[in-house]
Design a protein around this ligand. Structure first.
Ligand code: ADP
Ligand code: MG
Length: 338
């Protein structure tokens, strides 16, 4: 979760503004996790309790911050991080499940997604107190790396507890939390009986049903440029989550090189290759969020290969001499055709 000034949603939201008949919709927007959220409800029932819904949404977002924010000293995550112990620590059921699911993504991606990457994120200046202006020294990177590695974190969720295998392990859930919050808000909307909506938090999205023009939702995927906001392509989806990771929004420049906030845990350094952005479509926005980060870390060859192996619907934007090359996994290709 970044400070507000850093965040720009990676996805632009398209409205299907044509001459079609459009159903009425309600839009809700606000700030959360150092970024913005947008919610669109299509043709909600007349008797919808809007005020109750609004306060339930705020409470849901607040709850995720209380659980997973590295920016809040009293979040469950920060309390876990502050305990310099290798004993089992009792944690909430929900926190345990989040850790376990994030760890599963680490395992399937060979550690490309790794929530223990926090010390490196902080060292590179992208953490809660970071200034992100110049690369750290090699010795500092080497020192931070001794505290990083998903296999240094264990969970035991039957009686919810987690354990650090090194006392100064530091967990960063920023690559999971926005997608997770999207899933939580979507579940809330489901519980309200709302069947047609879009939820977007900091560029991570979930949609249900059809949009106001009785079509699938059109999600615009941004062209990977730092200086302008063009649409690269549009994916039409329903009943799913969509997340994008890119190296072109949250970064600093030092001596002519860009340093991204996505860290390759295998090198301890920001990603540095021609893969500019990855979009993942999955029923779970949290999984899509994490998988997009993992595939971005893996780069232009290994990313698409793993995505294809895992059956992930992935869309890759790769820089080349003439511009941007697009690559779609077969499951993403099927989405575009359906
Ligand atoms: P993006 O939309 O670019 O993926 P996110 O905010 O969703 O941005 O995720 C990036 C954040 O995740 C970083 O700011 C950092 O806190 C954390 N992070 C960086 N590298 C990794 C990684 N390899 N695995 C997991 N989390 C990471
Ligand atoms: Mg993300």
């Amino acid at each position: 979760m970044r400070s507000p000034s850093f965040i720009v949603p990676a996805l632009l939201l398209l409205c299907a503004c044509g001459n079609e008949t459009r159903l009425p919709q309600i839009e809700l927007a606000g700030q959360t996790m150092g970024t913005t959220f947008n919610i669109v409800l299509v043709a909600p029932r007349e008797d919808l309790q809007k005020d109750a819904l609004q306060s339930d949404i705020v409470a849901t977002l607040e709850h995720v911050e209380t659980l997973a924010s590295t920016w809040r000293e009293n979040s469950e995550l920060s309390v876990f991080n502050a305990a310099a112990s290798t004993d089992w620590q009792a944690v909430s059921d929900e926190f345990c499940t989040v850790l376990e699911q994030a760890q599963r993504v680490s395992m399937t991606t060979g550690g490309a997604f790794d929530i223990t990457v926090g010390p490196l994120v902080n060292l590179w200046g992208f953490g809660p107190n970071g200034d992100a202006t110049a690369p750290p020294e090699d010795v500092e990177i080497a020192a931070a790396r001794t505290r990083v590695g998903y296999e240094k974190l264990e969970t035991r969720c039957e009686t919810p507890a987690a354990r650090k295998l090194v006392p100064d392990l530091y967990v960063d859930l920023s690559g999971w939390a926005k997608g997770y919050a999207v899933d939580k808000v979507a579940a809330l909307l489901d519980a309200y009986g709302l069947g047609r909506y879009l939820v977007e938090i900091g560029g991570e999205v979930k949609v249900r049903g059809q949009n106001a023009a009785d079509k699938k939702w059109a999600i615009a995927i941004e062209a990977p440029a730092t200086d302008r906001r063009d649409v690269q392509s549009v994916v039409r989806v329903t009943d799913t989550g969509v997340a994008t990771s890119g190296d072109y929004r949250n970064y600093f420049v030092y001596q002519g090189s860009n340093y991204s906030h996505t860290i390759d845990p295998r090198t301890g350094r920001p990603v540095d290759h021609d893969l500019a952005a990855v979009t993942v479509v999955d029923a779970s926005a949290a999984y899509a969020d994490a998988m997009a980060t993992a595939l971005l870390v893996l780069g232009p060859e290994d990313g698409p290969t793993l995505a294809e192996q895992l059956g992930v619907a992935g869309y890759f934007l790769i820089r080349n001499a003439t511009g941007i090359r697009e690559l779609k996994t077969s499951n993403f290709q099927m989405l575009s055709e359906s």
